[in-house]
Design a protein around this ligand. Structure first.
Ligand SMILES: Cc1cc2nc3c(=O)[nH]c(=O)nc-3n(C[C@H](O)[C@H](O)[C@H](O)COP(=O)(O)OP(=O)(O)OC[C@H]3O[C@@H](n4cnc5c(N)ncnc54)[C@H](O)[C@@H]3O)c2cc1C
Length: 443
């Protein structure tokens, strides 16, 4: 596929958001009689799934403390459920297993899930939680748990397979997806709007740009001279100046057992397990961490074992220069270290007896990756420079397959209520998302 000299819509990035936006935009253009997929080109410096979407663990959940996140996720789960085969979606459900410090937060999540009709069960109290988990896994033994939220929708999807499904849908609408094209800058008119996307293969004239470059967002942001720092009006009434983009390393890995090793008591694929607890964590060599700690895991034939992750760590300290290219040669050292292997495998054994003594089966294949985070660690979806729409999901986003459909409608002039809480102006007005007691920055 060659690069056109111009296209009404140029989408940068062939990950989950770029492809989903392209597919939905093409479909909406056609169905409204305002154009077709021939008006849309997706360009990527490498190819489909070269970024975070291609390595994502693939967990799909609604479990968010922030009401706006939950509503957005419920919309995305509808999209996953609309074509499970094409998206390689496994609707096994999701478990949020928590210690007491999170009890109230998770109770409010459950209440609000009920309000929006998102099916889930909430179990409270140490004994009932233990009994509930033993009903799923007869070797459950985690300590310090006082609530379990079981979401009956969601689960996980296989990263590259779902992107191929999206690619197929976009191409069927006539969208061109061109790999091996790196965006280097922009041509702009006197008012600042983009008139051309400058690439290493030439310039593509355009009416509208969509930026969906995942952890590379800071690079494109800088090309448009957008602000390096952002003033955030905090809940304390003070203005806090923050770096606009920071990085965290997502630590993930795979225990090399047969994925069938983690079936539930009935022999079926279980829900994705996510546990947060303050119980001290031990292995055969002694104390691993005093906690609180949190891990997630699932059996996964795609990864070839029981796969999951641990809490991320900050790669750049606020105020310092952030990396030029998060996945490039100048990237920070984000290799998952021995600490991760030890902690994660000890955590699995803490939860389920079947994992005791299995730490030596941890795969040493490179795993995990970098995420780019916004000033409040939540997504930012908004238009800049008059015609450049940023889909910057702050690393929440493989599960957010539905955002592309909403962005497509905004591009065609229909503002979307589900996206409004993620606008850029929230930092200045202090309309921030509430923060939970989870050890994860994104829950
Ligand atoms: C290890 C890991 C595990 C994760 N697990 C989950 C999970 O379980 N569930 C979940 O919901 N989310 C998860 N995430 C987060 C999720 O993967 C990302 O939020 C999401 O995939 C971002 O999608 P995207 O389409 O914005 O960007 P990406 O998928 O990163 O795609 C961006 C594309 O832009 C291209 N690009 C970049 N710069 C340029 C340029 N200058 N010119 C042209 N092309 C360019 C890249 O080549 C890339 O293909 C995980 C992330 C990581 C790192």
């Amino acid at each position: 596929m060659s690069l056109p000299r111009s296209s009404r819509y140029v989408i940068i990035g062939a990950g989950i958001h770029g492809l989903s936006t392209a597919w939905n935009l093409a479909r909406d253009l056609r169905s409204s009689g305002r154009g077709s997929g021939a008006d849309v080109v997706v360009i990527d410096k490498a190819g489909v799934g070269a970024g975070a979407s291609g390595i994502a663990c693939g967990v799909i959940r609604n479990n968010y403390f922030q009401p706006a996140m939950r509503e957005l996720m419920a919309h995305s789960v509808d999209v996953w459920e609309s074509d499970p085969e094409a998206f390689s979606y496994h609707p096994v459900g999701y478990l949020q297993i928590s210690h007491e410090a999170m009890h109230e937060d998770v109770a409010s999540i459950h209440a609000q899930q009920r309000d929006i009709g998102y099916a889930s069960t909430f179990v409270e109290g140490a004994e009932d939680s233990r009994r509930h988990m033993l009903g799923i896994f007869d070797d459950w033994q985690a300590q310090g748990i006082t609530s379990v939220l079981q979401e009956h929708r969601g689960g996980y999807a296989n990263n590259m397979a779902s992107l191929k499904g999206l690619l197929g849908k976009a191409e069927a609408e006539g969208v061109s997806v061109v790999g091996g094209v790196t965006v280097l800058g922009f041509e702009r008119d006197a008012a600042g709007a983009v008139t051309g996307v400058v690439t290493d293969q030439g310039t593509v004239g355009c009416d509208q740009v969509v930026v969906a470059v995942g952890p590379w967002v800071q690079q494109i942001w800088a090309m448009l001279d957008l602000p390096v720092t952002t003033d955030v009006l905090g809940t304390d009434g003070q203005v806090h100046r923050r770096p606009t983009w920071t990085y965290m390393c997502l630590q993930e890995g795979t225990l090399e057992v047969d994925p069938g090793y983690l079936t539930d008591n009935a022999g079926n694929m279980p829900p994705v397990v996510h546990i947060d607890t303050d119980a001290p964590l031990y292995d055969a060599d002694g104390l691993v961490t005093e906690g609180p700690w949190g891990v997630y895991y699932k059996p996964d034939f795609n990864f070839g074992g029981v796969q999951g992750g641990y809490m991320p760590y900050v790669v750049d300290k606020p105020g310092e220069e952030v990396a030029v290219d998060p996945y490039g040669p100048e990237s920070p050292d984000f290799v998952v270290g021995e600490d991760f292997y030890r902690t994660w495998s000890a955590a699995l054994a803490h939860c389920q007896k079947r994992f005791e003594g299995k730490g030596h089966l941890m795969s040493r294949e490179p795993s995990g990756g970098i995420g780019s985070f916004s000033p409040d660690n939540f997504p930012m979806f908004d238009m800049f420079c008059d015609n450049v729409y940023f889909i910057a999901d702050s690393n929440h986003g493989y599960k957010m397959i539905g955002v592309g459909a909403l962005v497509a409608r905004e591009l065609l002039g229909e503002p979307q209520g589900l996206l409004a809480p993620f606008c850029w102006s929230r930092y200045a007005t202090g309309d921030l998302h509430p923060v939970s007691n989870s050890p994860y920055p994104w829950s």
